[in-house]
Design a protein around this ligand. Structure first.
Ligand code: DOR
Ligand code: ZN
Length: 352
């Protein structure tokens, strides 16, 4: 039997966590071997707040792959991290760098390394005005933790409760271009669809492949824990429909988030799924379940570049439907990490 293959324009990953130092050097190759570009998230410790921080971080990433010739095509784009102290001058300076595409809004304490995030989004209007005026995209971790009466919101409702905040931002700043990162719910998908072309969303491979049962299959599964947390099957179905619909508002962002094994397999484990080792094959698997492989190129290689007003990549990558078993661990600095599907099969692979 002949193997099924699919060739697409070289894709981009519009939402990626690389960390720094030896850890970054351990994971970078997984992304750089396949993707042309990636948008690198700024939630380091301390966060990447200023243009100079972002450009220095980018230099460290480039130095790391300069030494591996096969990664020479890879181009990282950067984000800055919004805090209560971000100034409009910070925004104007960031917008002048063609290496910086977006400013990332983490509501304070919403996720990994977000303690320095924004405590009152209502105070960001001058920042949003400066971003709209200077063409910097707003990248959002869209979850609300506390309601107006100061009560904690259920973890499964945090994304849908963010819709009211997002709606207000869009009404006040219709010229602001927004990416709702890693959408996980049918409600948010429908909101983005109705919001028009200035609003887009990234979708991860793990949210396309798993629902919240995967957190508890046969016992607690820390390597399926990410934020926003996996949702219901009906939400997964809505994500899959959006990703494969041909609507340019939805595009690829893996949110691949490496953590050392010991920080996930513990009494209070970190949020984040590592998917960079098999990112494109995992998306192919998801798209193939609904017979929509022909939409993978739009989602992975066209719509994100178009939204960020960058040229589409030249060159191609080919996927082969040939199962392989994911290693139990990969090196991660002085530690190891446990990748998604560790010890299990992925049905597709990238051809050499
Ligand atoms: O699961 C997640 N992990 N979600 C995020 O928003 C951040 C990420 C990380 O940095 O580990
Ligand atoms: Zn992320």
């Amino acid at each position: 039997m002949t193997q099924r293959t699919i060739t697409l324009r070289r894709p981009d990953d519009w939402h990626l966590h690389l960390r720094d130092g030896e850890e970054m050097r351990s994971v970078l190759r997984h992304t750089a071997q396949v993707f042309g570009r990636a948008l690198i998230m700024p939630n380091l410790k301390p966060p990447v707040r200023q243009t100079c921080d972002a450009l220095n971080y980018r230099r460290r990433i480039c130095q790391a792959f300069d030494s591996s010739p096969e990664c020479g095509h890879f181009n990282p784009f950067m984000t800055i991290y919004l805090t209560d102290d971000t100034s409009t001058t910070d925004i104007v300076i960031a917008a002048t760098s063609e290496r910086i595409l977006a400013a990332k809004l983490y509501p304070a304490n919403a996720t990994t390394n977000s303690a320095a995030g924004v405590t009152d989004i209502g105070k960001l209007d001058p920042i949003f005005r400066a971003m709209a005026k200077n063409g910097l995209v707003l990248s959002i971790h869209g979850e609300t933790l506390i309601n107006a009466r100061g009560k904690e919101i259920d973890i499964f409702d945090r994304e849908s409760r963010f819709i009211e905040t997002l709606d207000l931002i869009i009404r006040k700043h219709p010229g602001l271009r927004i990416v709702v990162e890693h959408v996980t719910t049918r409600k948010m998908v429908e909101f983005v669809q109705a919001a028009g072309p200035n609003v887009a969303a990234t979708i991860t491979a793990h949210h396309l492949l798993y629902n919240r049962n995967a957190l508890f299959t046969g016992g607690i599964r820390p390597h399926h824990y990410c934020l926003p947390v996996l949702k219901r099957e009906e939400d997964r179905q809505a994500l899959l429909a959006a990703a494969t619909s041909g609507n340019p508002q939805f595009f690829l962002g893996t949110d691949s988030a490496p953590h050392a094994r010991g920080t996930k397999e513990t009494a209070c484990g970190c949020a984040g799924c590592y998917t960079a080792h098999a990112a494109l094959p995992l998306y192919a698997e998801a798209f193939d379940t609904v017979g929509a492989l022909e939409q993978l190129e739009n989602f992975a290689s066209h719509f994100g570049a178009d939204f960020y007003r960058l040229p589409r990549n030249t060159g191609t990558v080919t996927l082969i439907q040939k199962p392989w078993t994911v290693p139990l661990t990969y090196p991660f600095g002085n530690n190891v990490l446990v990748p998604l599907r560790a010890g299990e099969e992925v049905l597709w692979q990238v051809a050499d």
